[in-house]
Write a protein that binds this ligand. Structure first.
Ligand code: HEM
Length: 193
């Protein structure tokens, strides 16, 4: 024979709950929210740590594949901007830079993020370039100097990676500048779709 035990109701407890009803409901809701917030921040922290681990692996892999190091990036940035500042066409555009130490540090972070995926750069390069009214000659000269410097400073596979990234980014800036200036109506793939 199976004996089924009914849970015995505690009437006193029920009465307490009923008497304290609004406070109990509010407290339960508050505790529930606090628990959810805590769960969420634990989850976010774990996701951030996992992303940092993934980024470190990607960086390590990029270093092994290309031989690029932070020191190499530092040398490339210093030499390249040394040339840029002396250049008759680009020098005057860069007169806008107030603090060169900060600018060079930002550019080291930028290139570290681009080629080593270190996630150190958090700026908005497109926005910085749009007010500069750059034209094709600026981009050609910038790339000439950058490519010359990359080939001097880096072994061939690393130089090739820097140059490929720089050309693509320059293209995107040039297209955006030309669109804003009304020199082209819209990116070609939009016009043709
Ligand atoms: C025509 C060629 C270019 C010229 C004349 C130029 C000029 C400048 C100038 C004057 C600034 C400082 C802006 C400011 O402080 O407000 C700047 C910032 C910067 N440039 Fe260029 N640039 C050129 C191309 C490029 C290219 C091709 C790249 C990337 C491959 C690049 C990456 C950056 C970055 C990351 C910054 C910092 C943006 C920030 O404030 O976060 N530039 N550039």
């Amino acid at each position: 024979m199976v004996i089924i035990r009914r849970p015995c109701r505690n009437l006193r407890q029920d009465k307490d709950v009923a008497r304290n009803w609004p406070e109990n409901v509010e407290r339960a809701a508050r505790e529930n929210n606090e628990r959810k917030t805590k769960d969420m921040s634990v989850r976010l922290k774990a996701e951030r740590e996992a992303a940092a681990t993934r980024r470190n692996l990607l960086t390590q892999d990029a270093i092994e594949r290309t031989g690029i190091t932070e020191e190499m990036i530092g040398e490339l940035v210093t030499r390249f901007y040394g040339r840029v500042r002396e250049d008759a066409l680009l020098g005057p555009v860069f007169a806008i830079v107030q603090n060169w130490d900060e600018h060079l540090a930002k550019l080291r972070d930028f290139w570290s993020s681009v080629v080593l995926m270190s996630g150190r750069y958090h700026g908005s390069p497109m926005r910085a370039h749009m007010p500069l009214s750059l034209i094709g000659d600026h981009f050609d000269r910038w790339l000439d100097l950058f490519e010359l410097t990359a080939r001097e400073v880096c072994p061939p596979p690393a130089a090739a990676l820097f140059i490929d990234k720089a050309r693509r980014i320059a293209d995107s800036f040039e297209m955006a500048s030309a669109t804003i200036a009304g020199r082209i109506a819209a990116p070609r793939h939009l016009l043709r779709s």
